[in-house]
Design a protein. Structure first.
Length: 417
């Protein structure tokens, strides 16, 4: 996948579809552990590639591997299978929520029927795997959801720190690969780290490999977003990054919450607006006002910093949507619970209205067959209409569940008691 959303090929883990995950506790630390029946490409694949030790050919698309997936899926994270306005002008949250006080930092999203997906726009690419190709976000289709609570902001470094302090949890990016898992890898390469956006020195062809602006950085993790010499000191209110899907699930479980389904996330992000291009209306910059943390300038080499930020921004920096949610466009991508399949919206569109969709039962990405991915939503500080404008509410990203980056975070939801 060639995109600012960062592909699994770049993220380096190969995770087999549909298998359960597990964790292990090594007191006093709790850290992620992949079960033995999983097969992984080395975490160091990108690292070795960047060192010139490995080559990497782009996977070819295969149509015969695509399967129709059922919307009657097993339970996931405690879910049951029930079958140009501006922010000021958008709909307001319903006061008809469940009885009792709101959970701290959460907003009630009333259940309703809404149109989900992204309409075709002028300038959209028709080339498969081009990041301007948003065909996986179409067609528009109607979905009915029950009400739920959702975090008003992305989970912050401050909140994640509390989770780590109480549980001793160690994220995937902090765990050094073991030599027995990667035979033949030089010992000096068996280091913990993560993937960081690294602007190239000169102009690049955006149609080429996005390896041009990503680097595997030893020592990069949620506490050190750009590498070991960086820190989250002073960034307590910034969204936590370098968290894989499994890391996010661990946090959500500790908080007695869960990750949102893609449909829940999109309903909340729309803020009561109907089929608008952006979470605030029809225009990207209404009255020339910057509404979200995205990339300005010439991507990926020169960020003009017109919005004031080269990477993440503190939550609540930019205006909220009509439901009072912040950063549902830009800042960082957010994990959803759903498996990713590009034809999933076509499956849902066969129904007049789909009630409480929970995603397909398995994952398939024709760009990388055999490599399962979870959905990501909302875009990030790297999104730009020059390359990837998936800060639109109907836009979709995809990522390896065991890998995080410095532009990927999450928020959580909670079903009413």
């Amino acid at each position: 996948m060639k995109d600012v959303c960062l592909s699994n090929r770049q993220q380096d883990f190969h995770y087999h579809t549909g298998l359960p995950h597990s964790y292990t506790t090594n007191a006093p630390k709790k850290q992620f552990k992949m079960p033995k029946h999983h097969s992984l490409q080395p975490i160091l694949f990108l690292h070795l590639f960047l060192l010139g030790l490995l080559g990497c050919d782009s996977p070819k698309s295969t149509s015969d591997s695509a399967q129709n997936s059922s919307t009657n899926t097993p339970k996931q994270q405690g879910l049951s299978n029930s079958s140009s306005a501006t922010v000021a002008e958008s709909a307001k949250p319903s006061t008809n929520g469940p009885k009792g006080p709101a959970p701290e930092g959460m907003v009630w999203i009333p259940g309703e029927i809404f149109w989900m997906g992204a309409p075709k726009r002028k300038g959209d690419s028709e080339i498969a795997n081009d990041m301007r190709d948003m065909s996986d976000s179409r067609p528009l289709h109607q979905v009915e959801l029950e009400g739920f609570w959702i975090d008003e902001t992305e989970v912050t470094n401050e909140q994640f720190q509390k989770f780590v302090d109480e549980t001793g949890y160690v994220t995937i990016a902090e765990i050094a690969p073991k030599a027995e898992d990667y035979p033949g890898a030089p010992p000096e390469n068996l280091v913990a780290g993560s993937v960081v956006f690294t602007p190239p020195a000169g102009a690049v062809d955006l149609r080429g490999s996005s390896y041009q602006w990503w680097a595997y950085v030893p020592g990069a993790n949620w506490k050190h977003p750009e590498g070991p010499d960086s820190t989250i000191e002073g960034r307590e209110k910034h969204p936590v990054v370098h968290v894989g899907w499994f890391d996010a699930v661990e946090y959500a479980t500790w908080a007695k919450k869960r990750l949102p389904t893609e449909a829940e996330w999109e309903l909340a992000a729309r803020g009561g607006l109907d089929r608008k291009g952006y979470v605030w209306g029809d225009e990207f910059r209404p009255n020339n006002k910057i509404m979200a943390n995205t990339f300005q300038g010439s991507f990926p080499t020169k960020n003009s910093l017109e919005d004031g930020f080269a990477t993440t921004s503190p939550v609540k920096t930019f205006p909220p949507n009509g439901y009072g949610l912040y950063d549902v466009a830009g800042n960082v991508w957010e994990w959803a619970n759903d498996w990713y399949r590009p034809e999933y919206f076509e499956t849902l569109a066969r129904n007049d209205v789909t009630k409480n969709p929970m995603g397909p039962s398995n994952s398939f990405d024709p760009a990388e067959p055999g490599q399962a991915k979870r959905v990501m939503k909302g875009g990030s500080f790297l999104c730009t209409d020059q390359y990837c404008s998936r800060y639109m509410p109907g836009g979709r990203g995809k990522g390896d569940p065991v890998t995080g980056t410095n532009h990927l975070g999450f928020r959580t939801v909670k079903s009413p008691e």
